[in-house]
Design a protein around this ligand. Structure first.
Ligand code: SAM
Length: 408
């Protein structure tokens, strides 16, 4: 399958923003998606199609699941730097127009794509035809018609949030996005001839700092001119003004919210994603590429340990949540700071943690030979390289987080 890029998405054309958005969508949604996919019985030998693959996280999960005899075709209208997993193939492909084989797949999965496409019903028919007899189609979608702010610091923040939702709805509707598609999909699947269709609703409160929040502000086209939304929120929203569009990334990622100590994050000293978006995007890409060959749980353990040493509350909160979402055991997280005294960590994890500590608290002697050699004993060359970059990347994020957000 090959195609030219020709259908711009309502989600905008900014690559750095898109890749960060996909990374955060993966962090927020993959645990839920993979839990449901596991329930389909997908396993060795299955042939799967992942449409609109985003950051490729679900496709990679599927590929590991169907190995060694199965395979996964991940498609997207844009190039996606796919994780290197055996049995996983990527094709640039427009699901609306490009040829799609029929009766080919045991499982077709599509998340947050059909709502974007005015031709969603026709695409649904194509996806059904792509299934083998007895195959499974899974659609994960939002119904974004109601997104109440369940807890906000003050009435002005509530008004600002409503104004943001209204503006988002206007943009989405103008871009032909069906905001209510999540509630319509099951009926459409039955109409498309599928049997045994069942729908499950999931409702979750996202607080400041949740990976689920930043992907939300997705202005179509260029980022709007700079405005200080946070100061405006403090003064109260003004009815006469057009709704403000919060900008993506750091402002939202580091927005006010409960810090682990119970206080609030302070306002940033500099709005880095706005001032230097290329660098921010490059860092996001580095972070993703750095851990592509690492076990996700190990990568989170390392990020948490480094953030503990550096004292970055924001990164601790983000990565502790990501670790729990990825299935990490709570007791291990409690004992992580004293892993040397704990029996809960494997020899490979201990080697990785020792390396992370040595690279983070660099003394005049640098990283001792025995620390590096121990890591080498447990990690092949490529994962070891990825471990080194993961440690380096989280150190960079910690230093930025701590510098940009002054202590209260
Ligand atoms: C909101 S993102 C969702 C990404 C991913 N499925 C997830 O849930 O994390 C929508 C994805 O659909 C892709 N997309 C949009 N239109 C498409 C089309 N016509 N054919 C294939 N992919 C498309 C976008 O490039 C983007 O990666």
């Amino acid at each position: 399958m090959n195609t030219k890029l020709r259908r711009p998405s309502v989600l905008g054309e900014n690559d750095a923003h898109n890749s960060e958005q996909h990374r955060l969508l993966g962090l927020a949604l993959d645990p839920l998606t993979t839990r449901h996919l596991a329930g389909t019985g997908v396993g060795p030998g299955w042939r799967c199609l992942e449409v609109g693959a985003g950051d490729g996280g679900v496709a990679a999960w599927l590929a590991r699941r169907v190995a060694p005899s199965g395979s996964v075709l991940a498609t997207d209208i844009r190039p996606v730097p796919m994780p290197a997993v055996e049995g996983l193939e990527f094709a640039l492909h427009d699901i609306v127009r490009d040829p799609l084989p029929e009766a080919e797949f045991d499982l077709v999965h599509v998340r947050l794509v059909l709502r974007l496409l005015p031709e969603r019903l026709a695409v649904l028919d194509r996806l059904v035809r792509a299934l083998k007899p007895g195959g499974v189609l899974r659609i994960d979608e939002f119904d974004a018609t109601d997104a109440p702010a369940l807890s906000v610091p003050d009435p002005a923040a509530h008004d600002l949030y409503r104004a943001f939702l209204d503006a988002k709805a206007q943009i989405m509707t103008a871009g032909n996005v069906d905001m209510a598609w999540g509630s319509k999909a099951a009926r459409a699947m039955r109409r498309a001839g599928l049997t045994g269709v069942s729908a499950h609703c999931h409702y979750e409160e996202w607080c400041a700092g949740s990976p689920g929040l930043p992907p939300h502000p997705a202005p179509a086209g260029p980022v709007p001119p700079r405005r200080d939304d946070r100061r405006a929120a403090g003064r109260g929203a003004r009815a006469a003004r057009p709704p403000r569009l919060p900008r993506p990334l750091l402002r939202d990622l580091f927005g006010p919210g409960p810090a682990p100590g119970g206080g609030l994050m302070t306002a940033p000293r500099i709005d880095l994603p706005a001032v230097a978006p290329d660098v921010y995007g490059a860092m996001a890409n580095l972070t993703k590429a750095a851990s592509a060959h690492l076990d996700p749980l190990l990568a989170e353990l390392v990020r948490i340990r480094v953030s503990q040493i550096n004292g970055c509350a924001f990164c601790l909160r983000l990565h502790t949540r990501a670790a729990l979402d990825a299935g990490e055991n709570e007791t291990r997280l409690h004992e992580l700071a004293s892993w040397r005294d704990s029996t809960l960590f494997t020899a490979a994890e201990r080697a990785a943690l020792a390396l992370a500590e040595a690279m983070t608290s660099l003394g005049p002697a640098g990283v001792a030979d025995e620390v590096f050699t121990a890591a080498r004993e447990h990690f092949a060359e490529t994962p070891l390289a990825h471990l080194l970059w993961t440690i380096a990347a989280i150190n960079a994020w910690n230093r930025i987080g701590i510098t940009v957000f002054p202590p209260k």
